[in-house]
Structures are given as structure tokens and as C-alpha cells.
Ligand binder design. Structure first.
Ligand code: NAD
Length: 454
């Protein structure tokens, strides 16, 4: 089976590499010349654990190649996967399908023989039908199927998620389309990965519903953390106590700076928009979005309060700018609105992130980028943990405190047991737990729990 993947971003590149690793011949197409130049030079344009050896090995084996020539790749392909961006439109909350429709037009002109077009991008219900119409109009003679195959991978564990997914969802409207998708995923279904076949519309809704549900959980746990602060309960205990209930589960119960990234903010907005278009108010999701925005707006206030009531002339050290750990992606990260707001309030910003600093340099002005966390905090009036990188979990808090002008740590990811923070002498402010200044009792260590975050 020959596959063309349109888009060499997080989803396209991982899918292309993993399908090549299953033994298929894959050409991954992108229109971004800089990205292609990197890929052709053997470098990855994104950071994703475990991806590099798969790309390199399959390129060496001749199964994976990169190209800017969509028409050549599509003409030779049996299956064309579309993995282009579907960001929020600038003038509305709906998904912007410009990239998708442009790719569909190019695919229509280029396809030869029976071709199965697979939408991996996250798209509103009705998009498969729209693509079918657009392609049939451009190529009335075309022999093709349009299917919907939403992708559930998480940045940071995308390779693992791709090769060991909880399920594969296939939206197909004919038996022959379903047959090809079943064949495409045989390497996974042979290992008992469940494959669910639905209508294209249901597949499209499933993706939005899954992301929106997880985002709502995060908004819920963040408001729960606020309540815990008010009633002197520890959110770590509360979340674990809830999550051990099998009906609830432990994942996505970690409080933090609010959900971000390239998917949750745009997908929640798009689902609300779709509901409104059909005359329904998805008020639960609307509330989750509002709560999340309010949370992000409060971050600067929390830091200002911890830093002594004003940020004028203060130095703030930000640890982590990626929207979550194990990725270099800063799209809709908490840092995006926080850094300019801290600067507006008069603070100078020093920052460190293990892999997202190149993206950070492009996104932010007047930030001092540092080689590690300890150098970022030198002379700082407060350090702020925004991303739950493992490398921050092992920080020596005493050493951190020694380098600072004021030993204040605002930890939006609850990476440290309160007892450790207290022993270090640092003024520690975390989420949904007492601040050290207010702590009246010796707390037990945090009981670690598996947390999904975004
Ligand atoms: P991305 O922005 O990282 O990559 C998209 C790529 O498509 C870019 O490199 C762009 O240059 C390329 N492109 C756009 N139009 C093209 C065209 N006509 N021809 C060739 N290349 C073209 O996006 P992403 O994060 O990989 O997301 C892609 C889709 O998958 C989105 O709909 C997203 O919602 C969905 N999704 C993303 C994730 C994730 O974790 N990032 C997870 C699941 C689903």
C-alpha cells in the first residue's frame, strides 16, 4: 500500500513515520520549505520523543521520503492522509478549513485511479461530506472515497499513542472505504487494538467530544483546586480520592495554569460554535472555556501577590514555556499571555525551557533566555513553574532559593511535596494547597498519581 501524507506537522510526521515503520511506502508532503529542508537534512522540525530513530530508520530503508510535490505523491498513492492544520478562524470560533480545502483541491486534481482520502485533521461534523462534494466537483471522473479517521495522539507521547492507541476510529460511508482503512490499520488491529467503524459525522464528533470532555475535566479540577485553597483541603489528596474511583479514573485530574496547546482551546471553541450553528447551546463547554480563560487571567495576579504585591522593577524567572511537558509546542501555552502581562506590569523576565526555547525566542520580545533553571533564577524576586518538565521535579530548592533575591517559588504544577518546600526555606505557593506562609500543619508528602495534563 502506498501512502501520501499531506502535512509534516505533529500529526502528519508521526503518522508518516509510523506507517512507514509498519512497512508501507510513505511520502510525506509539506509546503513549508524550511521544514522540508530540515527533514531532508535528517533533522526533525518538532521535538517528539522516540520519533527521530523511526524517521531515520525508515528513510534509510527507503520507505519514508519527504517532498514538496503534492501532485506526484498523490498520483502514486492508494491512500492519502490529510494532516494539515485546522486552527480557529480569525473572525469566528469555528475551525478554519482553508488549509484542508486547499489540500483537497490539489488532491482532486492529482489523484490517479482508486484513491482513499483520509482526514486525520480535527474537523467539524459534515466536513467529510463537504470534501466529497468539492472533490467530485473538481474531478467528476474521479474514483475516490473520503473517510474520517481522527487522531488521538498526545504531543509528548505521540509515537507511543500512535502505535498503541486505546482505539482507532474510522468514519466510512461505504464498504470499500472501510475495507481499505481496515487494511491500513491491520498492523495494529492484529495486536488487538479496537477499531470502531462509524459514520463520518460520528467520527468527526467523537474527536471533538473526547477533547472537549478532557478540557472540561481540567477546568473542573482547576476550580476544585480554588475551593480546596479556600477550605484548607489539599487538591492532591482530593484528586487522588476522586480518581481512584474507577468510574472517574486518575488521568486529567492535575490542577495547573489552565488548559492550552494546539488542540483543547480551539476544539472546545469549535464544538460550541457547531452546537450554536445547529441551534443548541453547549453551555457546559462554554462554562469550561470561560473558567479556563479566567484562570489564565489570574496567573499574573497570583505571581504578583507572591512577589510582594507589585511587579514593578521585579525580576521573574519562568521555568517552562511549552504548554505541557515533553513537547516544544507553545501554541496557546499559558506563557503566551502571561509573559506580556508580567512585562506590562513592570517585570523583567528570564526564562528556561528544556526544548521550547527556540519557539519561545520567536514568540516573545525582551526575554532573557537562560541555560538552565538555576541560572534563570539568579537575582529573581520569584520563580514560576509553568510546565511540568521532569527536570524541574528534581530541582534542589535550597540551591534555587540561594540564587534568588527573594526566595519565592510559584509552582503552577504542584511538583513538590509541601514538606520538602518548607524544609528548603523557600516561600512556596502551589495550586489547591496551602501556601507555605499559611501552612499551619506539617503535611505528608504528595501521594503521586498519574496525571494527564494539557
Ligand atoms: P501542524 O500545524 O503542526 O502541521 C500542519 C502542517 O501542514 C504544516 O507543516 C503545514 O505547512 C502543512 N500544510 C498545510 N497545508 C498544506 C498543503 N496544502 N500541502 C502541504 N502541506 C500543508 O498541525 P498539527 O499539530 O500536526 O495538527 C494537524 C491536525 O491534526 C489539526 O487538525 C489538529 O487539530 C489535529 N490534531 C493535532 C494533534 C496534536 O497533538 N498536535 C493531535 C490530534 C489531532
Amino acid at each position: 500500500m502506498k501512502i501520501a501524507v499531506i502535512g509534516a506537522g505533529y500529526v502528519g510526521l508521526v503518522s508518516a513515520a509510523c506507517f512507514a515503520d509498519f512497512g508501507y511506502e510513505v511520502v510525506c508532503v509539506d509546503r513549508d520549505a524550511a521544514k522540508l529542508a530540515m527533514l531532508e537534512a535528517g533533522k526533525l522540525p518538532i521535538y517528539e520523543q522516540g520519533l527521530e530513530p523511526i524517521v531515520a530508520g525508515n528513510r534509510r530503508a527507503g520507505r519514508l521520503s519527504f517532498s514538496s510535490h503534492l501532485s506526484e505523491a498523490v498520483a502514486a498513492a492508494d491512500v492519502v492522509l490529510i494532516a494539515v492544520g485546522t486552527p480557529t478562524r480569525e473572525d469566528a470560533d469555528s475551525a478554519d478549513l482553508t488549509q484542508l480545502l486547499a489540500a483537497a483541491g490539489e488532491i482532486a486534481r492529482a489523484m490517479r485511479g482508486f484513491t482513499v482520502i483520509v482526514t486525520k485533521s480535527t474537523v467539524p461534523p459534515g466536513t467529510a461530506a463537504k470534501l466529497r462534494e468539492v472533490i467530485a466537483q473538481a474531478r467528476p471522473d474521479g474514483d475516490f472515497e473520503v473517510t474520517s479517521n481522527p487522531e488521538f495522539m498526545r504531543e509528548g507521547s505521540a509515537v507511543e499513542d500512535f502505535i498503541q492507541p486505546d482505539r482507532i476510529v474510522v468514519g466510512a460511508s461505504t464498504e470499500r472505504a472501510e475495507r481499505v482503512l481496515r487494511q491500513l490499520y491491520r498492523p495494529l488491529t492484529a495486536r488487538d487494538v479496537p477499531l470502531l467503524v462509524t459514520s463520518c459525522e460520528a467520527a468527526e464528533v467523537i474527536k471533538y467530544a473526547a477533547n472537549t470532555f478532557l478540557a472540561t475535566r481540567i477546568a473542573f479540577v482547576n476550580q476544585l483546586a480554588d475551593l480546596c485553597e479556600a477550605v484548607n483541603a489539599d487538591i492532591q489528596d482530593v484528586a487522588r480520592g476522586m480518581g481512584l474511583d474507577k468510574r472517574i479514573g486518575l488521568q486529567f485530574l492535575a490542577p495547573g495554569p489552565g488548559f492550552g496547546g494546539s488542540c483543547f482551546p480551539k476544539d472546545t471553541r469549535a464544538l460550541v460554535h457547531t452546537a450554536r450553528q445547529h441551534g443548541h447551546a453547549f453551555s457546559i463547554v462554554e462554562a469550561a472555556i470561560a473558567a479556563n480563560e479566567a484562570r489564565k487571567d489570574q496567573l499574573a495576579d497570583r505571581i504578583q501577590q507572591a512577589a510582594g504585591g507589585t511587579l514593578e522593577g521585579k525580576k521573574i524567572a519562568l521555568l517552562g514555556v511549552a504548554f505541557k511537558a515533553e513537547t516544544d509546542d507553545i501554541r496557546d501555552s499559558a506563557a503566551l499571555s502571561l509573559i506580556p502581562e508580567l512585562q506590562r506590569r513592570g517585570a523583567a523576565i528570564a526564562a528556561f525551557d528544556p526544548v521550547a526555547m527556540d519557539n519561545g525566542r520567536r514568540a516573545f520580545d525582551a526575554v532573557q533566555w537562560c541555560a538552565d533553571a538555576y541560572s534563570a533564577v539568579i537575582g529573581a524576586d520569584a520563580a514560576v513553574i509553568l510546565t511540568e518538565w521532569n527536570v524541574f521535579r528534581g530541582l534542589d530548592l535550597k540551591r534555587l532559593a540561594r540564587g534568588m533575591r527573594q526566595p519565592v517559588l510559584v509552582d503552577f504544577r504542584n511538583l513538590f511535596p509541601l514538606a520538602d518546600a518548607r524544609a528548603s526555606g523557600i516561600a512556596y505557593h502551589s495550586v489547591g494547597r496551602q501556601s507555605i506562609a499559611a501552612a499551619a500543619r506539617q503535611d505528608a508528602d504528595i501521594i503521586p498519581f498519574k496525571s494527564g495534563t494539557a
